[in-house]
Write a protein that binds this ligand. Structure first.
Ligand code: IPM
Ligand code: MN
Length: 368
């Protein structure tokens, strides 16, 4: 039995965050019992919840908790209540971006998988998703327009002048490219570099750097696609892609698009990783303030984020696989939350869905 111990910083945040997190912790309990390991789960404040309690979206205490943890299981932050704050103090910008920077989380993995049983929920025509699809967006997360300097707004004449700077250095491209190639090696062995090399200097550096790394990975097929074309291909024929390697902003946009075409945003996890095994794991879907507190949110994205965490930060592949098998089993056997139920199909709430998954984890470890 694998020796797994350590601490997880549990940052539930806002909106549906707390309710899907609570539900996910029941699955965490089940997986620990089944596989015989014990992790310490420690709650911390983040986002609007932290602003309300302590006046800051990312209190120092929370950063310290993360520093003393093996990984962060993150819920979601933001909501209408905090939208009138100055942009720099809003939960999304004041909590998520600093966490990425402080912990050097440069690699963002966003799998977008179409479950065959849920293909009817995809906004794409049935024949376009008939073969299902499984796309992994590998997004650079600590560079590009998000963090490049200068970044400012200054007075100019009667108006103002605003600047964001897109900047990349070779080493930043190399390390994320290695992540993408390693991921592709365990998948369909195809990497598509998404860029705008017909216009952007940074894209030329990306192409050059990625090509050099590709030479070290002969088993992986590499191709290049302009971001506008990639956005189009994602809705025409998503099945053609395996790993999409993207700079920060392109990856932000295309990962939402890839998620949306699955039709089940409530099912998609993500991982943000740095140099070591530390990582931050969060659902792709956001805080969904419209359904917060109703107990109807889909907990699966959070539960699959837990699985990614156990696999990547704790090295416990078997535990991750049994969670994924339990999710697939619950879906196959017809369990649905409202967001993934077909019209007329019966749906259950957050706790019941997590309960179904926890039961499968407990009674059928390693199988669905
Ligand atoms: C995401 C979000 C963030 C981003 C925002 C909230 C800053 O959209 O994680 O994709 O743009 O990276
Ligand atoms: Mn985004």
């Amino acid at each position: 039995m694998a020796e797994v111990k350590g601490r997880v910083a549990v940052l539930s945040g806002d909106g549906i965050g707390p309710e899907v997190m609570d539900a996910t912790l029941t699955v965490a309990e089940a997986i620990q019992n089944t596989h015989g390991f014990k992790i310490e789960w420690k709650q911390g404040l983040v986002g609007g919840a932290a602003i309300d309690a302590q006046g800051k979206a990312l209190p120092a205490e929370t950063v310290e908790l993360c520093k003393s943890s093996t990984a962060v299981l993150f819920g979601s932050v933001g909501g209408p209540k905090w939208e009138s704050l100055p942009p720099n103090e809003q939960p999304e910008r004041a909590a998520l971006l600093p966490l990425r920077k402080i912990f050097g989380l440069y690699a963002n993995l966003r799998p977008a998988v179409l479950y065959p049983e849920l293909a009817g929920g995809s906004p794409l025509r049935a024949d376009r998703v008939a073969g299902g699809f499984d796309v992994l967006v590998v997004r650079e997360l600590t560079g590009g327009l998000y963090f490049g300097q200068p970044k400012e707004t200054v007075k100019k004449g009667a108006g103002e002048r605003a600047v964001d700077t897109m900047v990349y250095e070779t080493h930043e491209i190399e390390r994320i490219t290695e992540v993408a190639f390693r991921a592709a090696a365990g998948r369909k062995k195809r990497v598509t570099l998404v860029d705008k090399a017909n216009v952007l200097e940074t894209s030329l550096l990306w192409r050059k750097t990625v090509k050099a790394i590709a030479a070290r990975h002969p088993a992986i097929t590499l191709d290049f696609m302009y971001v506008d074309h990639a956005a189009m291909q994602l809705v025409r024929d998503p099945g053609r892609f395996d790993v999409l390697l993207c700079e920060n902003l392109f990856g932000d946009i295309l990962s939402d698009e890839a998620a949306a075409v699955t039709g089940s945003l409530g099912m998609l996890p993500s991982a943000s990783l740095g140099q070591g095994s530390f990582g931050l794991y969060e659902p792709a879907g956001g805080s969904a303030p419209d359904i917060a507190g109703k107990g109807t949110a889909n907990p699966i994205a959070q539960i699959l984020s837990l699985a990614m965490m156990l696999e990547i930060s704790f090295g416990h592949r078997a535990a991750a696989d049994s969670i994924r098998a339990a999710v697939a089993g619950a879906i196959r056997e017809g369990w649905r939350t409202g967001d993934i139920a077909a019209p007329g199909e019966k749906s259950v709430g957050t706790t019941a869905m997590a309960g179904e998954i926890a039961d499968r984890v407990a009674s059928r470890p390693g199988r669905s």
